[in-house]
Write a protein that binds this ligand. Structure first.
Ligand SMILES: [Zn+2]
Length: 213
């Protein structure tokens, strides 16, 4: 980091500003270090000099305005996010292009746009219900090849949920467009590990977006 100075001395005015950013605006030390182009440890040193106990990572996380804290977006807010993300480009490879058949129609999958609800298509009511998880599924899901597929999907999608566009620390799922169980049923092992059959979704979207029963 050539722009970052370890032992720079801030003016009194700058020091006051640093403290204000930390205490009043609740900016974290790494943000402040970027503002002043000083090292993070220097920020901490200034805090301690002013008898301020630096916040732990956990405390800092709680203050993040974008922290989602494991809650689900309501349908309303998901629609808002979806609208806000309209026209934004995430991954050229996976984005919807004019003339494409929506994947959920192509693969005859449940989707909120078709009026399907999570409750209505659970378990045996769901067209993809195959009577539960088999040992073969467990074996494949735990394989290194599966882990690699998952990572490839995430990397292609730049770790961004392809439904809501969320990219700030959610648990991400690699979703199978042609459902895993369908691939098993058809003995399509190739599709299970095909990156084009994968889609990055955050957990709330994956769980609540009508992607599965
Ligand atoms: Zn999402």
């Amino acid at each position: 980091m050539p722009d970052v100075h370890h032992n720079i001395k801030l003016s009194l005015k700058q020091e006051k500003e640093l403290i204000r950013l930390y205490l009043e605006e609740k900016k974290d030390s790494s943000i402040i270090s970027k503002i002043f182009k000083i090292h993070r440890t220097t920020v901490i040193r200034y805090l301690k000099r002013n008898n301020i106990q630096p916040r732990t990572n956990g405390e800092a996380k709680k203050l993040l305005p974008s922290a989602f804290k494991g809650k689900k977006h309501s349908l309303e807010s998901r629609n808002k996010i979806s609208l806000a993300n309209r026209g934004k480009r995430f991954s050229q490879k996976t984005e919807f292009k004019k003339g494409n058949i929506p994947w959920f129609i192509k693969h005859n999958l449940p989707h909120p746009a078709l009026g399907h609800t999570k409750e209505g298509l659970r378990g045996e009511n769901h067209p993809n219900w195959k009577g539960g998880i088999t040992p073969q599924v467990i074996k494949l899901r735990n394989s290194p090849k599966y882990a690699q597929w998952r990572m490839n999907v995430f990397e292609r999608d730049e770790f961004i949920c392809q439904d809501c566009g969320y990219d700030k620390g959610h648990i991400l799922n690699a979703h199978h467009i042609i459902p895993f169980s369908e691939c098993i049923k058809l003995d399509w092992e190739e599709e299970i590990f095909d990156i084009d059959n994968g889609l990055t979704l955050c957990k709330p979207c994956h769980d609540g977006g009508g992607y599965h029963a």
